[in-house]
Design a protein around this ligand. Structure first.
Ligand code: ZN
Length: 600
């Protein structure tokens, strides 16, 4: 496989994102993409902000702004946060672009033409006093599933289940408190049961998935129901059918448009690249994308959309459900290769909650700490396969004892000693390498296979553990060899050899850690006398909407440059930069300060 699609969950643009969000999908997808690029794959990493749906409309109503204005605000905040973390998106866009609308409508039309979208009469609410349609967001009542009293017409924010207004117990209008009247109204439904067989067959061929994801997905197939894909709402993608296109009160449901974002963002990226067909290399099942891999990253609450609903849309568009059909004009499209779901991060033993202030926003975190300190914590202690608790005490310990005292110390003492005694990378003594030298070099070189293989299988915790094991062995080697004692003229060649070996291992370990710690990897590269880009970074670019809409910021970058996934011999005599610390040691007082902020 050479083409790799990294499809990253779309953050919802109704507020700033907290570190729980980015630890589930943001950082892990970046680690994977950076490694795959370094290993020679052609990676396309795409996502954007998810901006439609009732919650954005409700919040915009509350603030007296338009939903577009609200989405503009948080799109920008989220773009800046992801940029601050160094997440290497080829394109991070949004769902309110002309391109996204067009692709969503194209997929809708293809599914409709193949018979997988069916109109169905459902019960819709009207206001008895005005006789007008009452949008979902203006209906409130008790959730029939969990009993929560503030559930909305389309969703319960307490248990997260999708609802229909007619299901609410004691429904009432949020506008004037009256009980809505339910009348028959037409909506469109996705015929999910028509995909049960095709999905089952496909899931049976999946290899390497986390077992809980596969088991959960297969269980869902036993009870697939037709699912509403339109709502009584004004904010969203219009329904592309005659008689519906111009209706102001019905829109495509937000979940339907958001999952199509992976495809629309790929198409937008291609259109911006100057080759509008370039997206096919990752998507065209019968063409250039035949051997491509598609990896989807998300939190566990989103598995159903990626392992069942999105594949169903792709199957239906390609004409491969029970009703058959023809592929739409984009051609047959690739299904996901793997759905990589993470578990949840909690905060000091509690669930993240913006309303209850149990939260640390990415922006606030980055204002006080370095991006790589957070990336390191997420890699070694994040919610990869278990729910995990973020505590400030543990963050402090990981930062100070492992990042600073382990990796930072190795970099600092080997470069300082070499710079002070040689001013450059010292040569290897003609007397040659000892078995201890050889053993350490071999350990570092072997890391490229083990660490790479683990990242490729989404075992990032183990992968960074292996990279840090190389660091620990190098620190032990330096302590054992004690080059600082070899100051006499006779001893200096051996001192040079030891430091040459140590610097080579620093260079190798730095490459192994680059997918995890790209900001510091660039610094270490420069301390070792390297020039140019080692770890490419994304930039924020203001772009015009390709179809005439308002301009917006995207994250993008040139990631064809930078280090490869291999050991590069350090040339003797290369000047070393003046050493300076790569990581910041944190004062233990930050723990109490942060806990006090949480309690405010
Ligand atoms: Zn509920």
């Amino acid at each position: 496989m050479s083409h790799v699609l990294a499809a990253v969950a779309w953050p919802y643009a109704n507020g700033p994102r907290h570190i729980g969000h980015v630890s589930g999908f943001g950082v892990p997808s970046d680690v994977f993409s950076r490694y795959m690029r370094m290993a020679g794959h052609d990676v396309l990493m795409v996502s954007g902000t998810d901006e439609h749906g009732t919650p954005i409309q409700v919040q915009a109503d509350k603030e007296g702004v338009t939903p577009r204005e609200l989405a503009d605000r948080y799109n920008r905040v989220i773009v800046e946060d992801l940029h601050g973390l160094g997440l290497s998106y080829d394109l991070f866009t949004r769902t309110t672009t002309g391109n996204h609308y067009a692709v969503v409508q194209q997929i809708f039309e293809g599914l409709y033409a193949n018979g997988y979208i069916v109109p169905k009469v459902a019960m819709g609410a009207i206001s008895p006093s005005t006789g007008r349609t009452l949008p979902d967001r203006y209906i409130e009542g008790t959730c029939p599933i969990c009993g929560y009293d503030g559930a909305r017409g389309d969703q319960c924010d307490n248990c997260g289940n999708q609802l229909d207004p007619v299901d609410l117990i004691n429904p009432r209008s949020k506008i004037n408190g009256e009980t809505p009247k339910f009348v028959e109204t037409e909506h469109f439904f996705l015929d999910l049961p028509a995909f049960a067989q095709a999905l089952g067959k496909w899931l049976d061929t999946r290899e390497g998935w986390r077992t809980n994801v596969l088991r959960f997905s297969k269980n869902l197939l036993d009870d697939l129901q037709p699912r509403a894909i339109t709502r009584d709402l004004e904010w969203g993608v219009p329904i592309p059918l005659d008689g519906w296109r111009d209706r102001g009160d019905k829109r495509i449901y937000v979940w339907f448009d958001a999952v199509i974002g992976y495809l629309s963002a790929s198409i937008e990226w291609a259109r911006r690249s100057g080759d509008p067909d370039a997206w096919r290399r990752w998507w065209a099942a019968d063409g250039e994308g035949r051997d491509a891999g598609g990896y989807y990253f998300m939190g566990k609450d989103n598995i159903v959309f990626h392992s069942v609903i999105w594949p169903a849309l792709l199957l239906g568009y390609s004409g491969e459900g029970d009703k058959g059909g023809e592929p739409g004009e984009l051609g047959r499209l690739n299904l996901p290769t793997e759905v990589v779901s993470s578990e949840f991060l909690t905060m000091e033993g509690r669930k993240f909650s913006s309303s209850r202030q149990v939260v640390i926003y990415v922006r606030d975190f980055l204002a006080r700490y370095d991006a790589d300190a957070l990336r390191y914590f997420i890699a070694v202690a994040g919610p990869e396969s278990n729910d995990t608790d973020f505590t400030w005490a543990e963050f402090l310990r990981r930062n100070n004892d492992e990042l600073v005292a382990g990796w930072g110390n190795l970099v600092n003492r080997s470069i300082s000693l070499a710079a002070k005694n040689f001013g450059a990378v010292p040569p290897v003594d003609p007397a040659g390498l000892t078995p201890a030298d050889e053993a350490l070099l071999a350990t570092a070189r072997a890391g490229f296979d083990t660490v790479g293989e683990l990242i490729g299988r989404h075992r990032q915790k183990q992968a960074i553990g292996e990279a840090m094991r190389v660091v620990a062995e190098a620190n032990r080697y330096l302590s054992d060899q004690a080059p600082w004692k070899l100051k006499g003229d006779d001893d200096k060649p051996r001192m040079g050899t030891i430091l040459h070996v140590a610097l080579q291992v620093v260079s190798d370990a730095n490459t192994l850690l680059t997918p995890f710690l790209p900001h510091s990897a660039q610094k270490v590269h420069e301390l070792l006398g390297g020039t140019g880009v080692h770890a490419p970074m994304p930039s924020i670019v203001e772009v015009a909407d390709l179809d005439g809409g308002p301009a917006y910021p995207v994250l993008t970058g040139d990631y064809t440059v930078g280090a490869r996934w291999e050991s590069v011999p350090l040339p003797a005599g290369r000047p070393l930069a003046a050493p300076k610390p790569v990581f910041r040691k944190l004062d233990p007082s930050i723990v109490d300060e942060e806990l006090a902020r949480l309690a405010e």
